[in-house]
Design a binder for this molecule. Structure first.
Ligand code: PEP
Ligand code: MN
Length: 344
């Protein structure tokens, strides 16, 4: 049995429920999230009466069957989580755009792209400094030097930074430079890594594993919440398909499904989800129409020279067009995307 207590429940109310559960001789596990406290006890069948708990102060719900989605699940009446990234709120009315190149390649490249994405209303600058490449001979990223370049450019243009982390040893460094730590598709199920990220409070963008079901993905997020990091943003980035015309299918249906199953914000990555720039704008429009709280988009001013993912990077004028089309879609569903920034 799980007893869910609301945010306003006092410690006294929580202890009263714990005592009542313990009176049946069971151990009680306590899970905390920003939105509620969940008390769990292995109670069989009708041993305890759920109505009795529902009438106790501070209790919002009682779940008799044990569900694995203890903290990621969205319960009746529960508000959506808004992850506050140093003032940029993800999961609210505003649809947040994160844009930049696949990899940080040079200071000139990042300075150019930071100015351009900021001018178009993006709120976060993306760029990988530690790259998970399929081939060991491909460009592996600039490491800390790349993070420094990214952070300096972001600071100069009023942007926040999102960058990928691949190992536990990189956590401290990423915390120093990034406002959001990205966990890529290949590491979604790296549970040791997730347990370590659960111990910090830096927001984590958790991409869906390319072969993961929605349940497996939500359980990966559960690792972060259960370990104490409530600042989790989900990202649909495409899953493997049998269709030889393309590598991935951007699973747009995951957006409303996750919206029903979980209180966590969810964004879409139409770049990795399609692999080709000509599909990025239509899928961006569709993702916002489906309810995405944001987009993670690759952009490059010289994609033919890009050290990774050139074919899927939007050209600069394509990015500007994509932003203005997406603004209209957001408005049509009662949301908004920041206007272009005239000062940039
Ligand atoms: C990326 O964002 O550049 C990246 C490697 O993403 P993914 O993990 O979705 O492949
Ligand atoms: Mn990429």
């Amino acid at each position: 049995m799980m007893v869910l207590m609301n945010r306003e429940a006092t410690e006294e109310m929580i202890q009263a429920v714990i005592e009542r559960l313990r009176s049946s001789g069971r151990d009680v596990k306590r899970h905390e999230s920003r939105l509620r406290t969940c008390l769990e006890a292995a109670v069989q069948g009708d041993e305890l009466n759920e109505k009795e708990f529902l009438s106790m102060d501070g209790v919002v719900d009682v779940i008799k069957q044990s569900s694995p989605f203890k903290l990621v699940a969205c319960k009746a009446g529960q508000e959506k989580t808004i992850v506050d990234v140093d003032g940029v709120r993800i999961g609210g009315e505003e649809v947040i755009i994160m844009a930049g190149p696949c990899s940080v390649e040079s200071k000139e490249q990042i300075d150019h792209l930071a100015k351009m994405v900021a001018a178009n209303g993006a709120k976060l600058l993306r760029g990988g400094a530690f790259k998970p490449r399929t081939s060991p001979y491909s460009f592996q990223g600039l490491g800390e030097k790349g993070l420094r370049i990214l952070r300096d450019a972001a600071d100069a243009h009023g942007l926040k930074v999102i960058s990928e982390l691949m190992s536990i040893g990189q956590i401290e460094m990423l915390q120093e430079y990034a406002h959001i730590i990205q966990i890529g598709t290949r590491n979604m199920a790296n549970y040791d890594l997730l347990k370590s990220l659960a111990k910090i409070k830096t927001p984590v963008l958790l991409k869906r594993g390319m072969g993961a079901t929605i349940s497996e993905w939500l359980l990966a997020a559960e690792y972060l919440l259960a370990g104490g990091n409530p600042n989790v943003i989900l990202c649909e980035r495409g899953i493997r398909t049998f269709d030889s015309a393309k590598d991935m299918i951007l699973d747009l249906s995951a957006i409303p499904i996750v919206g029903r199953m979980s209180h966590l914000p969810i964004i879409a990555d139409p770049s990795h989800g399609t692999g080709f720039r000509q599909y990025v704008t239509p899928m961006s429009r569709a993702a916002i129409a489906a309810g995405a709280d944001g987009l993670l988009v690759e952009v490059h001013h010289q994609p033919e020279k890009a050290l990774s993912d050139g074919p899927q990077a939007l050209l600069l004028d394509q990015f500007t067009n994509m932003m203005s089309q997406c603004r209209k879609i957001a408005e049509a569903i009662g949301r908004f995307i920041a206007e272009p920034n005239e000062k940039e």
